[in-house]
Write a protein that binds this ligand. Structure first.
Ligand SMILES: *[C@@H]1O[C@H](CO)[C@@H](O)[C@H](O)[C@H]1NC(C)=O
Ligand SMILES: *[C@@H]1O[C@H](CO)[C@@H](O)[C@H](O)[C@H]1NC(C)=O
Ligand SMILES: *[C@@H]1O[C@H](CO)[C@@H](O)[C@H](O)[C@H]1NC(C)=O
Ligand SMILES: *[C@@H]1O[C@H](CO)[C@@H](O)[C@H](O)[C@H]1NC(C)=O
Ligand SMILES: *[C@@H]1O[C@H](CO)[C@@H](O)[C@H](O)[C@H]1NC(C)=O
Ligand SMILES: *[C@@H]1O[C@H](CO)[C@@H](O)[C@H](O)[C@H]1NC(C)=O
Ligand SMILES: *[C@@H]1O[C@H](CO)[C@@H](O)[C@H](O)[C@H]1NC(C)=O
Ligand SMILES: *[C@@H]1O[C@H](CO)[C@@H](O)[C@H](O)[C@H]1NC(C)=O
Ligand SMILES: *[C@@H]1O[C@H](CO)[C@@H](O)[C@H](O)[C@H]1NC(C)=O
Ligand SMILES: *[C@@H]1O[C@H](CO)[C@@H](O)[C@H](O)[C@H]1NC(C)=O
Ligand SMILES: *[C@@H]1O[C@H](CO)[C@@H](O)[C@H](O)[C@H]1NC(C)=O
Ligand SMILES: *[C@@H]1O[C@H](CO)[C@@H](O)[C@H](O)[C@H]1NC(C)=O
Length: 618
């Protein structure tokens, strides 16, 4: 062999080794299964890297067992391809990866069905397919997964009848929320799954029927979440056996009857979310023994009797929502010992008496709604609540009937939303309210307020929703109203009121209508609502500066003069109501620039000429 030949030979051997060595580290069966899997995908960042490297253990997202001390090639034990923009269907070849323990494919665009030989993955312990577009029957494909501990199928379109749930001897975590599962949690199904020991999410499916007794055998369960299904019937006293529960979420079903008074045994409980069912009877008194409780939400049921829990036992309570029930009692005095309380809603009950002086100690409070009760003494109540310095949302609508609105109050530096409508209050719009520096939403509608609108209102930098409608206000519309900063320029009213609590906010209801519901304050449309008062004078042409205004309602007053041309500059207007006034002249033809306008009325004035055409005006 010549030297040159020897060099070539050496290079050949070296190259062969270089190509061979990595292959020894990757099981050829797993190599071809993964290639096939990738080959069937339409897209995904893995395609470019997987196809020019022969050791599959080096591939992006692939984890192999440590095979260095063995002669055999390493098996693939983990595949983590979450959020890799994978598109297309999952190949059957995945079923060949029978050494796989962990499979993460969440947050991709995978579609189609789960291949049946998925059930070959006898060693699989963790399966996360959440947030894809997978569909079809799935429970059958899972039946063979003898080692499975954690299943997350949430946010796909999987279907199947839950009655057929298989055997999962070592299951700990089971999350099937946001799919299309149907059927009952039959007693049989849960007996088969009786080792399920930690988490069960079944939110947002169409599961129905009563909860079977076998469910209450899952004594290691820490989280049970069944929201937004069609479950019905009464909960059993056997609930007491789930003594490790930390989170119990039952909201949005049709559960009924009294809630079993078993909380003496559920001392680990941190969250009980049971809103929007038909639970009746009293508030379970043993709840006061759940010292770790942070969230208690029974909103929108038919509970009755007194709110008489011993709140001294609940020092960690952060959210208490008992709104929309039939409670009738005074406000619970002992609540003041809940120093962590941030969100309190007791609206829509029949609570009586005054706001207890001890509530001045609720200094963490951010959100308070007591609307729609039979409370008295507004003046006393405000002098208590002014000590809650972090309060941003205060809703007292429909209480204090016929009282006087207090003139001298201080505090409320943090207040962003204040609703005191429908109280039949007497008096005038108080100055202290217009001095709350952060106020964004103000509702004083449906009272008997008289006097004029203070001109200093124009200095309220953040106000973007103002409702003074249905009062007896007199005088002119103050020019200050045309200077509201947050209605003049975009991005100033924005969504700084980000106290999204998940609690629906109700405002603007008259005696009959059920009212508008906003899920958070920042979703209120920028509005100036002054209808049904005794306002006179004319409309300032400067009103055209309020370019961010969506709703302008000046109807049912005694407003005179002509309609200013400048209104056509308010290009975000959706509703413009000037009806039932003493306006004269014609409707400016430039109104056809108001492209978003969907409600428009100038009826019952003294206008002449035609309604402009060619624009959006209906
Ligand atoms: C492997 O793929 C990457 C990404 O496409 C590319 O940058 C690289 O040049 C390739 N390497 C080989 C040896 O083909
Ligand atoms: C999966 O990979 C992503 C990014 O590569 C990483 O952030 C994530 O922690 C990994 N997940 C697991 C369970 O290994
Ligand atoms: C494929 O994925 C890449 C990045 O992950 C993305 O930029 C591209 O738009 C995708 N192509 C198709 C056809 O979906
Ligand atoms: C998966 O199942 C199909 C049909 O049931 C079969 O043809 C195929 O060989 C199986 N693949 C694996 C990897 O088991
Ligand atoms: C899937 O569900 C489990 C259990 O609820 C959870 O721990 C995991 O974070 C979820 N995965 C994703 C991607 O959200
Ligand atoms: C689920 O299966 C059971 C038994 O096979 C059947 O009685 C029930 O009607 C099915 N439910 C649905 C919603 O398909
Ligand atoms: C817990 O439950 C058991 C039976 O389920 C009962 O005997 C016991 O009194 C309960 N404990 C409390 C504190 O309620
Ligand atoms: C109240 O609960 C019922 C079901 O019991 C539901 O249909 C309704 O939407 C809920 N209302 C609110 C405001 O949550
Ligand atoms: C509210 O409670 C008062 C006093 O207890 C009672 O007179 C009234 O009828 C109750 N109202 C409603 C709507 O239940
Ligand atoms: C507020 O709490 C303190 C002790 O934390 C107590 O001394 C005081 O009496 C309480 N104030 C009211 C008005 O209840
Ligand atoms: C009030 O809010 C401020 C700022 O968010 C916070 O630092 C403070 O701890 C709050 N006070 C109470 C009593 O929660
Ligand atoms: C509309 O606004 C523009 C610029 O802000 C202004 O020049 C114009 O005079 C306004 N039009 C009317 C009719 O007020």
């Amino acid at each position: 062999m010549s030297f040159l030949n020897w060099i070539f030979f050496a290079c050949f051997v070296y190259l062969s080794l270089a190509l061979e060595t990595p292959n020894q580290n990757c099981n050829p069966n797993d190599f071809s299964a993964l290639r096939e899997f990738a080959g069937q995908l339409l897209n995904g960042s893995i395609k470019s890297t997987w196809f020019n490297e022969s050791n599959c253990c080096q591939w992006n997202g692939v984890v192999c067992e440590d095979g260095s001390h063995k002669s055999a090639a390493s098996r693939v034990t983990g595949l983590n391809l979450s959020g890799e923009s994978l598109r297309g269907e999952i190949s059957e070849s995945l079923g060949k990866l029978d050494g796989l323990k962990v499979l993460h494919l969440s947050h991709n665009f995978l579609e189609g069905r789960l291949p049946l030989n998925f059930s070959n993955l006898k060693q699989l312990e963790v399966l996360d397919l959440s947030h894809n577009m997978l569909s079809g029957l799935v429970l059958g494909a899972l039946v063979g997964l003898k080692s499975i501990q954690s299943v997350n199928l949430s946010s796909n379109s999987f279907t199947g009848n839950f009655t057929d749930l298989g055997v999962f001897p070592s299951l700990i975590v089971f999350n099937i929320s946001n799919n299309l599962f149907t059927g009952e949690l039959s007693s049989k199904a849960w007996r088969l799954a009786a080792h399920l020991s930690s988490i069960c999410h079944a939110d947002f499916n169409s599961l129905s029927g009563q909860l079977p007794d076998s469910l209450y055998l899952l004594s290691s369960l820490e989280q049970l979440s069944l929201s937004a299904n069609n479950f019905s019937g009464q909960l059993s006293h056997k609930l007491s056996k789930l003594s490790n529960l930390k989170t119990l979420v039952l909201c949005g079903n049709r559960f009924s009857g009294s809630f079993p008074n078993v909380f003496g045994n559920l001392t680990q409980l941190e969250q009980l979310v049971a809103h929007s069912n038909s639970f009746s009877g009293p508030l379970p008194s043993t709840l006061a023994l759940c010292t770790k409780l942070r969230v208690l939400d029974f909103r929108n049921n038919t509970l009755s009797g007194a709110i008489d829990l011993d709140f001294d036992g609940l020092p960690n309570l952060c959210t208490l929502d008992l709104a929309s029930n039939r409670f009738s009692s005074p406000l619970p005095e002992s609540l003041s010992s809940c120093q962590e309380l941030k969100i309190l809603s007791l609206a829509k009950n029949n609570l009586t008496g005054q706001i207890p002086a001890s509530y001045a100690n609720l200094t963490s409070l951010i959100f308070l709604s007591l609307s729609n009760n039979s409370l008295v003494n507004l003046s006393g109540g405000l002098s208590v609540l002014k000590h809650c310095r972090n309060l941003t949302t205060l809703i007292l609508t429909k209480n204090f009937h016929g009282e006087e609105i207090p003139k001298n109050v201080s505090g409320f530096e943090s207040l962003m939303l204040f609703a005191l409508g429908n109280c039949g209050l007497n008096g005038q719009i108080p100055n202290w309210l217009l001095n709350c520096p952060k106020l964004q939403v103000l509702d004083l509608s449906w009272n008997h307020l008289d006097g004029s609108i203070p001109s200093q209102i124009g200095q309220m930098e953040n106000l973007f929703y103002l409702d003074f409608s249905n009062n007896s206000l007199t005088g002119g519309i103050p020019k200050g109203l045309t200077e509201l900063k947050s209605l003049m320029s975009a991005n100033s009213y924005s969504s700084t009121l980000n106290t999204s609590t998940g609690i629906p906010l109700f405002v603007k209801r008259n005696q009959s209508a059920s009212g508008l519901q906003y899920n958070q304050a920042s979703s209120f449309p920028p509005s100036v609502l002054l209808s049904n008062n005794k306002l006179n004078g004319s409309i300032w042409p400067e009103i055209g500066r309020l370019k961010q205004l969506h709703v302008l309602d000046l109807s049912r007053n005694d407003i005179t003069g002509t309609i200013p041309n400048s209104i056509s500059n308010m290009t975000n207007l959706e509703t413009l109501d000037l009806s039932y006034n003493d306006l004269h002249g014609s409707i400016p033809s430039s109104f056809n620039q108001l492209t978003f306008l969907s409600k428009f009325s100038v009826a019952n004035n003294h206008l002449e000429g035609a309604i402009p055409t060619g624009g959006p005006i209906p």
